[in-house]
Write a protein that binds this ligand. Structure first.
Ligand code: LMR
Length: 400
């Protein structure tokens, strides 16, 4: 009965890892998926995460009972404080509902399904380009996806005029997906002044902002700075949705820990919204897993562990920034044609190199360097040892 089933293509991002794993070359380098690696090229479990896990193991009173549908309540409260700020008016006025979800993707999906059921506008505008999974998540959630201009390949920067025009002509009330910081894949963020203009435009069109926050603390090394865009939208008293992920900033990738927050106008509305979120979640996966959320809660509730986390987080962010400088210097030293200053101007995990899919294919074939075909490089996968190899490959690809 399944003989008609056609083979589906690999995922454009996770499929890069599948191809990488098949390559026997000793010099192979995976710069596809956004996953942090140490200078030795190894995955990193933060010390503070190990410490939290030890605490959990030592606590004999802990059981493996089901969590509520909305997840670990303390985790939800602490996550809201982390993203909105402890003194956020929305928190103080109980106008925000937060539910634990399966990392960023799960939070986007639950939020999308809630909007498809309960929001009057079913069109979501997403930036062009955006994370490859965004259009799929929202389409399957029941929304219709349209794009707004975001990136200008000519300047390798923000197409701010295009963005304003497209959101200005998007329907009143449309949902607008915004990357809170460290835009994936471009590494190009609006300035604070540009964010303010975007906020004014979105509010004047009564559009609904849906933030994807996958890199809080990872972009600048500062948790508050990376939440600034979101906080300005909360400060104006209007509604918004936020999908939060702990994959990158706590290195909890495979634990699938995240949260969806919906900021409402009143506490009463927030309570009703939460009751409906439960109806979205229960038939999808019943309730979320307990382990990762318990780790996050242990770290966020304890001042000492929290401080240690911020230090480890800053070290990861700084190492990525240093990789940007090393790659830029290596290309300059080789006299590689082109202006590569965008490597040091862009922010977050990725550099959007401007290399085309043929150049990427060449680098994979000849240099065993794996990256997404849109020319995105995960800077977090690079180390001082591998920068020269990457620079050689880029140089050869550009010179062809
Ligand atoms: C990425 O863009 O590489 C990450 O967000 C991982 C993923 O799930 O795609």
């Amino acid at each position: 009965v399944f003989s008609h089933v056609a083979r589906a293509p690999e995922d454009p991002i996770l499929g890069v890892t599948v191809a990488f794993n098949k390559d026997p070359s000793p010099v192979k380098l995976n710069l596809g998926v956004g996953a942090y690696r140490t200078e030795e090229g190894k995955p990193l479990v933060l010390n503070v995460v190990r410490q939290a896990e030890q605490q959990l193991i030592n606590d004999r009173a802990r059981v493996k009972e089901y969590l509520p549908i909305v997840g670990l309540v303390e985790f939800n409260k602490l996550s809201a404080k982390l993203i909105f700020g402890a003194d956020s008016p929305a928190i103080l006025e109980n106008r925000v509902t937060t539910v634990q979800c399966l990392s960023g993707t799960g939070s986007l999906r639950v939020g999308g399904e809630f909007l498809a059921r309960h929001y009057h506008q079913h069109t979501i505008y997403i930036p062009k380009p955006t994370w490859g999974n965004h259009p799929k998540v929202f389409t399957l959630a029941g929304l219709s996806v349209k794009y707004y201009r975001y990136y200008d390949p000519a300047t390798r920067g923000l197409d701010f005029q295009g963005l304003l025009e497209d959101l200005g002509s998007a329907p009143l009330g449309a949902v607008v997906l915004l990357h809170a910081c460290a835009h994936n894949p471009t590494g190009v963020d609006p300035t604070i002044q540009q964010w303010e203009q975007i906020r004014q435009l979105i509010r004047s069109r009564r559009q609904l902002p849906f933030f994807d926050s996958a890199y809080q603390g990872f972009a600048s090394g500062n948790l508050d700075a990376d939440a600034q865009s979101i906080r300005s939208f909360v400060a104006d008293g209007g509604e918004c949705l936020v999908a939060q992920s702990y994959a990158k900033n706590m290195g909890l990738y495979g634990e699938r820990v995240g949260a969806l927050s919906i900021v409402c106008r009143t506490a009463d509305v927030a309570g009703r919204v939460e009751s409906q979120l439960k109806l979205v979640i229960r038939p999808m996966y019943s309730n979320p897993p307990i382990h990762g959320a318990s780790i996050v809660a242990a770290i966020l509730r304890d001042r000492e562990m929290y401080n240690e986390w911020t230090i480890e987080l800053k070290a990861m962010a700084d190492r990525i920034i240093s990789m940007r400088h090393q790659l830029f210097d290596a290309l300059r030293a080789r006299g590689t044609p082109g202006d590569w200053s965008h490597i040091i101007k862009q922010i977050g995990m990725f550099t959007f190199t401007g290399l085309n899919s043929q150049q990427v294919a060449f680098m994979t074939k000849e240099y065993h360097i794996y990256m997404t075909s849109d020319g995105r490089i995960s800077m977090a996968g690079l180390s001082s040892k591998t920068v020269p190899h990457l620079a050689d490959a880029i140089h050869a690809a550009v010179a062809r």
